[in-house]
Ligand binder design. Structure first.
Ligand code: OSB
Ligand code: MG
Length: 364
């Protein structure tokens, strides 16, 4: 299914005007849990994409889970471990099981994930590439007025250093960072060294999507902390990056690391090593957004995340109430599971195709 976005979102890999959606429902008795696949409609951010994930779930992942007795959602990642990668598809299924389990235990997902979750999470905004500095400065001003706790500016070759300088001139004190989505190489070292004067909180994924070593060389030569996004798919990737000092901060996206269980493991590793962590976003609808809010409440998530309220992206979300922000904070819901009600009417209206897998693993 497809949802139109409120405003187009431009990154170094293109402009997006709508979101292809894939929602997984996990059922047990009369309870339902929900997960959202965060893969994009095309494989630009990573190799996964919505249609591929749909097939992966239908043919491979869900048949391994349906009809099985699962005592704790941590078991899901173990059951799916023999299947290589496909982390976003795995996380969609695993997230549905976590929600179902938390609802069954009658606890908020945030409490199922952390012993002492925060009551509210700090929110940052990710702002896409704008054609002119004036447009960007206006967007940053709007974000600051709305109370966002930091702004992240997408950069791409040609819209980078001068643009960041212009914004910094206008907003000398706003917590600000840049996200390159892998658009640069070590040949751009001087560009990143020049950014050291801009007091950026961090620079996210400057180099290749699958690199950890070059980021180490970059980090050794700039003072701005490097934050890895695209390069970290597992606890081992995180361990390698920390050992090599390739970054000082890690953006955890539940989908990219294969689910909540592994997201928790990456968080624990980072905490052990004093590495700051925050929750990234993938333009999720309310289902994925609620998962993000739940994990962002965990103690190890020490920096504001890309968990903007629903209205930033959607005219009408698929959950109620929508995710809302009050002066830069989202209150973590206290109801069981995701703590929001998934709107069957919205899902029905948006659904273009669906399948069900029965107890015997048959697909219909
Ligand atoms: O790199 O963090 C990213 C959106 C799609 C794919 C990759 C990224 C992003 C964002 C938006 O930055 C974050 C959000 O959901 O608000
Ligand atoms: Mg990023």
């Amino acid at each position: 299914m497809t949802m139109e976005m409120q405003t187009p979102f431009t990154t170094s890999f293109g402009t997006q005007t709508h979101r292809d959606l894939l929602i997984v429902e996990a059922r047990s008795g009369d309870r339902v849990g929900y997960g959202e696949c965060v893969a994009g409609g095309q494989p630009f951010y990573s190799e996964e994409f919505t249609t591929g994930c749909n097939l992966m779930l239908q043919e491979v992942l869900l048949p391994l889970l349906v009809g099985r007795e699962i005592g704790h959602p941590d078991e899901v990642s173990e059951i799916l471990r023999p299947i290589r990668r496909n982390n976003m598809a795995k996380a969609a299924a695993e997230g549905a099981v976590w929600d179902l389990w938390a609802r069954h235990q009658d606890v908020p997902l945030a409490s199922a994930l952390d012993d002492a979750p925060r009551e509210r999470v700090e929110v940052g905004l990710s702002i896409g590439v704008k054609e002119t500095d004036a447009e960007l400065i206006e967007a940053v001003g709007t974000a600051v007025d709305a109370g966002y706790r930091r702004v992240k500016l997408k950069i791409t070759p040609g819209r980078d250093l001068d643009m960041l300088r212009a914004v910094r001139r206008e907003f000398p004190d706003v917590p600000m960072m840049a996200d390159a989505n892998s658009a640069y190489t070590l040949d751009d070292l001087k560009l990143f060294q020049a950014m050291d004067d801009l007091d950026l909180m961090m620079i996210e994924q400057p180099l290749a999507h699958d690199d950890i070593v070059d980021h180490r060389h970059l980090q050794a030569q700039i003072s701005t902390p490097v934050c890895l996004d695209e390069s970290v798919h597992s606890i081992d990737d995180a361990r390698h990056a920390i050992e090599l000092e390739s970054c000082q901060i890690i953006n955890i996206k539940i989908g990219r690391v294969g689910g909540l269980t592994d997201a928790k493991r990456v968080e624990a590793l980072c905490r052990e090593h004093g590495v700051d962590v925050w929750c990234g976003g993938m333009l999720e609808t309310g289902v994925g957004r609620a998962h993000n809010v739940a994990i962002a409440a965990s103690a190890g998530f020490t920096l504001p995340g890309d968990t903007a309220p629903s209205a930033r992206y959607w005219a009408e979300d698929v959950i109620e109430p929508e995710v809302t922000m009050d002066r830069g904070y989202i209150t973590v819901p206290s109801g069981p599971g995701l703590g929001y009600t998934v709107r069957g009417d919205r899902l029905d209206a948006l659904t273009t195709s669906s399948f069900t897998i029965d107890q015997d693993g048959r697909s219909a």
